[in-house]
Design a protein around this ligand. Sequence first.
Ligand code: MF3
Ligand code: CO
Ligand code: CO
Length: 253
Amino acid sequence: MSRIKVKSAKEIELIRDAGALAAETLIRAGELCKPGVSTAAIDQFVYDYTVAHGGISACLGYHGYPKTCCISINDVICHGIPSEQQLLKEGDIVNIDITTILSGYHGDTSAMFLVGNVKRDARELVDTARLCMDEGIRAAGLPRARYSDIGNAIQAIADEHDYSVVEDYCGHGIGRGFHEEPTVLHFATNRPGPFIEVGHVFTIEPMINMGKPDTRTLADDWTAVTRDGSLSAQWEHTVALTKKGIEILTLAR
Ligand code: MF3
Ligand code: CO
Ligand code: CO
């Protein structure tokens, strides 16, 4: 018995609208990633832009989360909380993760941004994490794909580069709910997952570490960091399987 919701074409259209707004907000937020800019200033921009375009932040107040988006720098894996005290500096690698609700539906996307000149090994991590997401999406679009094919594809690329895949945080179904069934694993497993069906909408959002996969949560109860202090990079898209194949719903228009 599968609890994964099948969305209608109309619902997918609404998620595409929410996804486009999230993606457009993300691009503009990324343009603010310059040395000396506080992560709170970027968060404020995300709030203002979202509201100005009729959207609602899905993160603000979600299980008590205090800000509009997540901004995760260097060894922060995910769920970094924007703050006035935190200023971007030359060489940082920055993930901004934006989830926007429009007409009751969620669009969830994140991307990496480089602050000024970034060392080559960090750039390689960022590019490889992007490739991991892209290949995860591709695997999801192959005929008769299962959810487990996504993690297998991602793991193969991470392994080639001697990077690790974070296992403690996963992708998810999405729609009227922020985090719906199923849980989308980004790492390899022997257990075949359920088939991806036409009408399924979910995120692929691998977190790739330069060192070990182990995570630790800071005292703020949100910020997840690598235990070994190594750099971490993440990209995220919301995707749908339609009759025509896999479609990315979080693209700017
Ligand atoms: N956007 C994140 C995800 O990709 C979730 C952030 S929840 C928050 O699923 F509360 F931290 F914002
Ligand atoms: Co997500
Ligand atoms: Co997200």
